[in-house]
Design a protein around this ligand. Structure first.
Ligand SMILES: C[S@@+](CC[C@H](N)C(=O)[O-])C[C@H]1O[C@@H](n2cnc3c(N)ncnc32)[C@H](O)[C@@H]1O
Length: 292
């Protein structure tokens, strides 16, 4: 079932201007929302390589993009390996690359995937379930300092140390098994208040650690630029301040070297009406650069 609404769809299309006879890489194709729109604009011969780590999302994208036949090529892997797949499927020197970072609504909606603190599920959080590291392994085996560092850095969690200490103390009695077990411990160890659920930041930090989200982005950004033709465009949508900082800095360095021209002086954000219909769009930031 399609659960994910693509964010900033109109803005992405306006900036990438997909046309017939062009080729694209959607590095996080997800359920294929952006990809479907791009392929519709490139009738009759535009091509798109879609990559995603998540098998269930990719299966939905496969069904959704079936009408485009061989114009859509889909691969399950991390976009950190984008060059291998681009060369294998003849997608080097493409016209544009889109990267829409993070998780999709389908991940949160399915308790079995372990991303949600509101519904009971295993502490998993892997996009690619073939991977070994899970959130349970981090919570049950990492030491207090490592846990506190991750919660502080990736979750910007004020109570990072207290929560890490409480986890280490509690797990002596038995491993953490479920999302709700961890969420309850976090609630007990934070002062009340704030608009978001108390477990939001720790869960975000765990998800980003399990999936090495910042590391994969840092590795892939230079590869994306080298896969674009001169005048090709790279569009990146991020949802976290550390991701946005990496992209902003990378674009600034490449522009200084005269390799790209930044097209979005400030990041593009969602309109109020989009946020109303899709609250997830609230924190989305779109940055676009063009190769020289
Ligand atoms: C925000 S969703 C993309 C939604 C998509 N644009 C759509 O319209 O359906 C992000 C997707 O990125 C995938 N993902 C996260 N990290 C990834 C990585 N390193 N490599 C490939 N896919 C990744 C997730 O599995 C998820 O499906």
């Amino acid at each position: 079932m399609i659960a994910h609404k693509p964010v900033l769809l109109e803005e992405v299309i306006a900036l990438l201007e997909p046309k017939s006879n062009q080729s694209f890489i959607d590095a996080t194709v997800g359920q294929g929302g952006h990809a479907h729109e791009i392929l519709s604009h490139t009738h009759p011969d535009g091509r798109l390589l879609g990559i995603d780590r998540d098998a269930p999302n990719l299966n939905i994208a496969k069904k959704r993009l079936k009408p485009f036949g061989a114009r859509a090529v889909l691969v399950q892997d991390s976009y950190a390996n984008v060059s291998t797949h681009a060369y294998a499927h003849k997608f080097s020197q493409v016209d544009a690359i889109l990267v829409d970072l993070g998780f999709s609504s389908a991940h949160i909606d399915d308790p079995k995937r372990g991303f949600s603190f509101q519904q009971e599920g295993p502490l998993d959080m892997r996009y690619d379930t073939r991977q070994k590291l899970t959130a349970a392994e981090i919570v049950n085996t990492w030491d207090e300092d490592e846990l506190a560092r991750v919660f502080r850095k990736l979750g910007e969690e004020t109570y990072a140390r207290q929560i890490a200490k409480a986890i280490v103390k509690a797990r002596v009695l038995g491993d953490f098994q479920t999302t709700t077990q961890l969420a309850e411990l976090i609630v007990k160890n934070k002062r009340r208040g704030g608009k978001i659920h108390p477990a939001t930041q720790v869960f975000q930090a765990l998800r980003m650690t399990v999936n090495r989200e910042l590391e994969e982005l840092e590795k892939a950004l230079p590869e994306f630029v080298s896969l674009l033709r001169p005048g090709g465009r790279l569009a990146v949508i991020s949802f976290h301040s550390l991701e946005d900082r990496i992209i902003k800095q990378f674009f600034a360095d490449k522009q200084k070297n005269k390799e790209i021209k930044i097209q979005t002086k400030r990041p593009i954000t969602a309109t109020l009406s989009e946020i109303k219909s899709n609250p997830r769009a609230r924190s989305a930031k779109l940055r676009v650069a063009e190769t020289v």
